[in-house]
Design a protein around this ligand. Structure first.
Ligand SMILES: [Fe+2]
Ligand SMILES: [Fe+2]
Length: 405
């Protein structure tokens, strides 16, 4: 990977991580340090690197970066008024962090509780400048308008980067039984941006085309739905994203289930069902041994098939109330599973799924959560963006470049 591409990749990852964590969090500092190091490497050859984001094209100096064509962050940055980035040779680590904060604030104005927009994005005399491009050809930075950080009008996202990262994450889990936390959080951050890129919330969901893609599409959809539901329940951005991570990882244990059971088209035998159901315990175990910070995600992996009345699985010696994140993920999990076409049954219509959830309120589902979810999904009708994973394959190559650390 060339140095400018390495830098943009690290830049996007640090934006995603910063949006997720508070100022003193070690993960955030790690991401900023990493990106700053890559910037310094780049500056060893080019003291004053400049990038432009022009629709689907990324230009480094005057050189279009072919590998970054269709890089989704380019469209997101441009839409947030960041069409140009310029670095002075002496940009310090602190200036770099301040600059990243400015970009994050513009990208995620509706999702960040603590960030404040700085007028003009960056100080004109600062070592790092960003902004909208001036008159074409002049390469001059036009002043930014802080009141309008995000372009209005509907936009659609292809989710190629998110899909590639989820697939890579699942590979890591099946090969090494290890959950890459930063990447999981980056995916959630980026989904949250896709949901809030517009004036009104969108639900960017994937439609399943090929059965073996189920784990990827399902993880992404449950993450998006859980974040939307958590937000509808009045939770703050930090909780919303933590719930999004839990949604993304809820079925992680399935990466350890033999494929002949996982993808079996017919009914499972009792023995096979027991193996299948072990994905809850197995997932919780992998998550908690990977990272202590993921204890919420581990609880959700363990509890997401437990019903309000104590039914479901896994079997517990002592019954206690599930975490509310598990109850949220449980509803979203059932919704996405029923909405998906399976080899042994067709996908249910949205209205039928919502009726099913209403009917299960009080026994299977927590009644408050079920009510908010059903209201939300009825309200969201028409603002659900469906993409098919199979259609995204062509873009995955480019996304894999952007997603790899
Ligand atoms: Fe599950
Ligand atoms: Fe699930």
């Amino acid at each position: 990977m060339s140095e400018p591409v390495r830098f943009l990749t690290a830049f996007a990852q640090s934006i995603a991580t910063m949006a997720l964590y508070g100022p003193q969090h070690p993960a955030r500092n790690r991401a900023v340090d990493g990106a700053y190091r890559v910037l310094r490497d780049l500056q060893a050859h080019d003291g004053k690197p400049e990038f432009s984001f022009l629709g689907d094209e990324v230009v480094y100096g005057s050189l279009p970066l072919r590998e970054m064509r269709d890089w989704e962050w380019a469209a997101r940055l441009a839409a947030a008024g960041v069409q140009r980035l310029e670095f002075a040779a002496d940009a310090s680590r602190d200036e770099f962090e301040e600059f990243l904060e400015g970009v994050v604030a513009r990208l995620t104005v509706s999702m960040i509780d603590t960030a404040e927009l700085r007028p003009g994005g960056s100080r004109p005399s600062g070592a790092i400048r960003f902004g909208a491009l001036g008159i074409r050809g002049e390469g001059r930075l036009a002043p930014l308008v802080p009141a309008a950080p995000v372009a209005s009008g509907p936009r659609s996202y292809e989710l190629t980067e998110e899909v590639a990262t989820i697939e890579w994450m699942h590979e890591q889990v099946s090969e090494r039984a290890y959950v890459p936390l930063l990447e999981a959080e980056s995916v959630v951050r980026s989904l949250a941006v896709a949901m809030h890129g517009d004036q009104e919330m969108l639900l960017p969901l994937l439609t399943l085309r090929e059965f073996d893609e189920y784990t990827t599409t399902h993880s992404l959809n449950v993450s998006v739905l859980t974040m939307a539901l958590a937000e509808a329940m009045g939770m703050g951005p930090r909780d919303v994203r933590a719930f999004g991570v839990a949604g993304l990882l809820h079925d992680l244990g399935k990466t350890r289930i033999p494929l002949e059971i996982l993808n079996k088209p017919g009914k499972l035998t009792d023995e096979e069902r027991a193996v299948m159901q072990s994905h809850t315990v197995e997932g919780a175990r992998i998550i908690i041994t990977s990272d202590r910070e993921l204890d919420l995600a581990a609880a959700v992996a363990f509890e997401h098939h437990i019903m309000l009345n104590g039914g479901g699985y896994p079997h517990r010696q002592i019954e206690r109330k599930c975490h509310c994140a598990s109850a949220l993920v449980h509803v979203c999990d059932v919704y996405d599973a029923l909405r998906t076409h399976r080899p042994y049954r067709a996908a249910w219509e949205p209205a039928a799924v919502l009726t099913y959830i209403e009917d299960g309120a009080g026994s299977d589902f927590d009644p408050d959560i079920a009510r908010v979810f059903v209201d939300l999904m009825r309200r969201m009708e028409g603002r659900i963006e469906h993409a098919a994973l199979a259609d995204l394959r062509a873009g995955v190559q480019a996304a894999a470049v952007a997603a790899s650390p």
